[in-house]
Design a binder for this molecule. Structure first.
Ligand code: ZN
Length: 488
């Protein structure tokens, strides 16, 4: 039975969808005003694995991941300038040019990380009408008020009837004690109130007409609106980074209860954060490393470039609810581990079956399944695959024998868990193009010539081939079964 940790109940719960065979999942997507960094990779990969796993379990999944292209403000949800509008103003671009530019780059990074595209990727700016309708419902229910052309959610009134703070476990009195009124907030009745609609200042370049003013919607509103539009008034999973739990997701719950009279989400799922050498990512630390910088090694904190699959493997080596600390040493360890796993995977494809296995082969698939069922315990899946790798390596060097049936089982386990569910891309094996075949054939031919030269004690030729191939980046290993080669 698949159990998933629910941030709302603060327990692991058996996963049961609302509609048999179908799962609706909403994940807060990126705000597209800059390049994606390591902090974006973790939720994308976490929910990609959940998406892949739910499909593996046989569910038809509708996965909605939004694009925040309006309403996410620079300093505070209720004041300051929209991040995209600011970028557009500074670079003298149409705001949607900024959005498209960074969205294209985001998609490119996600493709590199082998993150599957969601079923629907709605833009906040494309759902202004729906957001206005949603605000009207909250106003009609009496949980919002208009003030100077803006509309605010009345947190205190809501809390009298419901529970504002049920997701984060925060208490409204404590929140009030720690929240000071900020400049320009006097139009709110209470400092905890948040904007549903904001009247645009004259210099604001992104605004739409509404019954209250020419303005733009508050950030929290888009997810309530688009979640309901594409997944219904009740759906299974809402995900995002732990940093979104408060206030964003808390406000989403309040909005949907106010507008619909009931909650929307069955399972709230949050991935934990990534720190960089023990520090939070932040402008003051100058440690926002973009994914592109990881891929080409161009950030000063990086000792070298790291491939997208190393980043993915690194993230999956931790369970999604644990923190992950980035360092060059940790990434290089992940790179080595992934290389070992890849080598074993390749050896597995080339094993020669024996009549009978000489050892008992454990049920690795079952162990992987149990790990995934336990709240997506990906590090346990990886540990199990390493156990299986040991057997494969022993079979490859001839110290044990494996039957055809056992080899098939191992192949299925690796294909299901490493490739399909963890989403690791092992390029060379997937690529069976004529060019790859010809290239592999040519290297095999060089190995054969080297073997013949060795047999004839022509060391000059055999060393020449080995050294030149090594200089080109080939790894050549003499084993009992012949020569093995790979690209470093
Ligand atoms: Zn959201």
């Amino acid at each position: 039975m698949f159990t998933l940790y629910n941030s709302l109940s603060r327990t692991k719960q058996p996963f049961k969808p609302l509609h048999e065979g179908h799962v609706g999942m909403y994940v807060c997507g990126p705000t597209v005003y800059g390049d994606a960094h390591l902090g974006h990779a973790r939720p994308a990969i976490t929910f990609d694995v959940l998406f892949r796993y739910l499909r593996h379990l046989g569910y038809k999944v509708r996965y909605v991941r939004n694009i925040t292209d309006v309403g996410h403000l620079e300093h505070d949800a209720d004041s300051g300038e929209d991040k995209i509008a600011k970028k557009a103003r500074l670079e003298q671009l149409e705001p949607m040019e900024v959005v498209q530019f960074y969205l294209n780059r985001y998609h490119h990074d996600m493709e590199a990380l082998n993150v599957l595209p969601p079923s629907i990727e709605p833009h906040a700016s494309g759902h202004i009408i729906e957001q206005i309708e949603y605000i009207k419902k909250i106003l009609d229910a009496g949980y919002a008020y208009e003030s100077c052309g803006s509309v605010y959610f009345d947190v205190e009134k809501y809390n009298r009837d419901h529970n504002y703070g049920k997701l984060s476990g925060r208490n409204i009195e404590d929140m009030l004690n720690t929240t000071r009124a900020l400049d320009g907030q006097e139009e709110k009745r209470n400092p905890l109130d948040f904007a549903l609609w904001k009247k645009a200042a004259p210099e604001h370049i992104m605004h739409w007409p509404s019954p209250w003013s020419e303005g733009f919607p508050g950030w929290h509103l888009e997810c309530s609106t688009m979640g309901q539009k594409y997944l219904g008034e009740k759906f299974d999973i809402h995900g995002g980074g732990l940093d979104l739990l408060f206030p964003h997701h808390e406000c989403e719950i309040a909005q949907s209860v106010a507008a619909q009279g009931h909650e929307t989400v069955n399972y709230w799922v949050h991935n934990n954060m990534i720190t960089i050498e023990g520090k939070k990512m932040g402008k003051s630390y100058n440690n926002f490393i973009t994914l592109e910088q990881f891929f080409d090694g161009s950030h000063p904190l990086l000792e070298k470039a790291y491939s997208p699959m190393v980043i993915r493997f690194f993230i999956l080596q931790a369970q999604y609810r644990s923190t992950v600390d980035f360092s060059n040493a940790a990434l290089q360890a992940a790179e080595k581990a992934l290389q070992k796993m890849t080598d074993s995977y390749r050896r597995l494809q080339n094993l020669t079956p024996a009549e009978k296995s000489s050892v008992e082969v454990p049920d690795f698939a079952k162990a992987c399944e149990e790990a995934m069922e336990d709240d997506l315990n990906t590090p346990q899946v990886i540990a199990t695959l390493f156990e299986a790798s040991k057997l494969i390596n022993s079979a490859s060097d001839g110290s044990i024998k494996l039957s055809e049936e056992d080899i098939e089982k191992l192949k299925n386990t690796f294909n299901t868990y490493l490739i399909d569910i963890l989403g690791m891309r092992i390029a060379d094996d997937a690529d069976n193009s004529a060019a790859t075949k010809a290239y592999e054939g040519a290297v095999d031919l060089l190995m054969e010539i080297r073997g013949n030269a060795k047999a004839a004690k022509d060391w000059t030729t055999s060393d020449l081939i080995r050294d030149k191939l090594a200089a080109l980046g080939f790894n050549i290993k003499d084993t009992k079964n012949g020569v093995e080669w790979s690209v470093k």
